[in-house]
Design a protein around this ligand. Structure first.
Ligand code: NAD
Ligand code: UD1
Length: 320
């Protein structure tokens, strides 16, 4: 088991779902700085610790980011801040481009210009870059076919981060997450991750809308597996200037997820159906043999992960 210790770590988007789970995991042995504008993230997500320093700021604020990077001299930088909803980027492509691409390139530029001695910069890309390429499972060498502003920005940023790394000798790595789920995923927007929306509907006995026929599949990946992958890739020196899928290798349809959730919760979910979403991908699952070679092994099946997620939501509700 790898573990990062005694390090200064920046997590952009650290008050969000993946970032705050990563902060929980790393806080004990490290000093963590989180930059988040709280557009989706929540301050309550963050661990309460004197080793956690929170800045409510947009990563698009170049001046602020530049000063922060120079002042803190981070060992590790996790670039997780983004407008993470594909549909949201379709509604406001130019605005989201500034966050999902320009701000990340700016971080690379600040590190380059100031010759900052980072041990690793990790950029969180997405399975969305494969688009509707029919090849399944998706390997890192599969053809890229981005079909949304989100996916275009993810792919371009991924290339920038990796090639900046190669050109200017900055250790970098990129992850292509598939559909991550688990505690602290925010269901507040209609564009939130589908499993957070289903669990919210189940908890509140409200209607859940399926876009399309529910037969679309995703490689749903439990957050704890993602946190393990993030730590592994940031520590492992072989993971340099490379991109890695992070997933389970198992496709599950929305219809199946709904059945499993109903069984676990003992509740019946009320469904409505609407047309398939524009820019939606039909099927998606990964080949993760590349990261497995570094020692990664996903531990959570969909049933085990959903059970853990449901139990945590219930215990949170009971605590009030
Ligand atoms: P999230 O929305 O919970 O987290 C993103 C965080 O970024 C939020 O806290 C939000 O407030 C913050 N943010 C947005 N715009 C910002 C800005 N301008 N300045 C500062 N902070 C800003 O999403 P997540 O699921 O935790 O995703 C984390 C990263 O992983 C994102 O880059 C996302 O694109 C990527 N990703 C997520 C998934 C998934 O299934 N959750 C899959 C593939 C890739
Ligand atoms: C998700 C991530 C994206 C990531 C990608 C990688 C979110 C919000 N998006 O996109 O950041 O890059 O995985 O694979 O986490 N659906 C419904 N009803 C709803 C909501 C969604 O039927 O109320 C459907 C969608 O139409 C889609 C599927 O569920 O077919 C998954 O949707 P969503 O959770 O938004 O994820 P992706 O679009 O796959």
């Amino acid at each position: 088991m790898v573990s990062i210790k005694n390090s200064r770590i920046l997590i952009t988007g650290g008050a969000g779902f993946i970032g705050s789970n990563l902060a929980d995991h790393l806080i004990e042995n490290n000093e963590i700085v989180v930059v988040d504008d709280l557009s989706m993230g929540k301050i309550e997500n963050l661990p309460k610790s004197t080793q956690l320093h929170f800045f409510k700021h947009s990563i698009t604020d170049t001046n602020f980011m530049s000063k922060l990077l120079v002042k803190w001299n981070f060992d590790y930088i996790f670039l997780l801040a983004a407008v993470a909803s594909v549909a949201d980027t379709i509604s406001r492509p130019c605005e989201t481009h500034k966050i999902n691409q320009d701000a990340n390139i700016n971080v690379m530029e600040m590190v380059r210009v100031n010759k900052l001695p980072v041990k690793k910069i990790l950029f969180s890309s997405s399975a969305a870059v494969y688009g509707n390429n029919p090849e399944l499972p998706k390997c890192e060498s599969s053809a890229i076919d981005p079909i949304s502003p989100y996916a275009i920005d993810k792919f371009a940023s991924e290339r920038f981060v990796i090639d900046y790394g190669k050109l200017y000798h900055i250790p970098t790595v990129a992850t292509r997450f598939f559909n991550v789920y688990g505690p602290k995923q925010n269901p507040k927007s209609p564009y939130s991750g589908v499993l957070s929306l289903i669990s919210h509907s189940l908890m509140n006995d409200s209607i859940f809308t399926i876009f399309g026929d529910g037969k679309q599949t995703r490689d749903f990946t439990y957050i704890s597996d993602v946190v393990s992958a993030l730590e592994l890739l940031s520590e492992n020196p072989i993971a340099n200037h490379e991109v890695y899928n992070v997933a389970t290798e198992i496709p599950t349809s929305l219809n199946k997820v709904l059945k499993i959730f109903e069984k676990i919760s003992g509740k019946k979910i009320t469904l409505a159906y609407k047309n398939e979403r524009k820019g939606d991908i039909r099927d998606s699952y990964a080949d993760v043999s590349k990261i497995k070679q570094l020692g990664f092994s996903p531990r959570y099946s969909i049933t085990y992960g959903l059970k853990k997620y449901w139990d945590m939501l219930n215990s949170k509700r009971q605590k009030g």
